[in-house]
Write a protein that binds this ligand. Structure first.
Ligand code: URA
Length: 211
């Protein structure tokens, strides 16, 4: 597994504003959207392209286009939905699948309640959107589903990650699979409720105004 923690002052600035408990839901959504676009730039560093030739007003130019089969973008509901627009801004022709997962507040175990993902994604590059990599349970289940369906590589974009979650994903996919985590920040730890510390609270609640 590869981990990339963004190291850019603009990303750090927006992440700090996102964390601030005084940030309103509309502002939180806007910042999350912008952060994802910035992270997507890094996350797509190894996106497959194929050579093409275009005619400029002056001459022929050799270039590239995103290769087929198209990448698949999968937001993990609910909070991952708040990251979709920011991702699609950079990959407007990607296919979108949906995965609904919920974490039990007591056991912290993740279960799937909705799924619209093609059964066969052989040879596809998958970009998963999940704002908070906390215990890692949700992401491990989601990444396993993509690899079982034939994805060649899976990149998860997370706004924040906890060391415990990164470790769990690394233990699960150590070496064998092509799994990458791209995050705007690596925080200190999880608390006894499975929240990232210092984190930003419940990402879904903050996105959708339920606080
Ligand atoms: N999910 C969240 O929304 N926040 C956390 O800190 C952990 C999981």
């Amino acid at each position: 597994m590869r981990t990339h923690v963004a190291d850019h002052p603009l990303i750090a600035h927006k992440l700090t504003a996102l964390r601030d408990e005084r940030t309103s839901s509309p502002e939180f959504r806007r910042l999350a959207d912008e952060l994802v676009t910035l992270l997507a730039y890094e996350a797509t560093r190894h996106i497959r392209v194929e050579p093409i030739t275009v005619r400029t007003p002056v001459a022929l130019a050799e270039g590239v286009a995103i290769a087929n089969p198209k990448p698949l973008v999968v937001p993990i509901l609910r909070a991952g939905l708040g990251m979709l627009e920011g991702m699609m801004r950079l990959l407007p022709n990607a296919e979108v699948g949906f995965l609904g997962m919920v974490r039990d507040e007591h056991s912290l175990l993740a279960s799937t309640y909705a799924e619209r993902i093609p059964k066969d994604i052989a040879g596809r590059q998958v970009y998963m959107l999940d704002p908070m990599l906390a215990t890692g349970g949700t992401l491990v289940t989601a990444i396993r589903m993509m690899l079982d369906r034939g994805a060649t590589d899976v990149t998860a974009i997370c706004l924040l990650a906890a060391p415990e979650g990164l470790q769990r994903v690394d233990d699960e996919f150590d070496g064998a699979a092509n799994v990458t985590i791209v995050t705007a920040g690596l925080d200190e730890r999880l608390n006894e409720h499975g929240y990232i510390v210092p984190g930003l609270g419940d990402a879904g609640d903050r996105l959708y105004g339920t606080v």
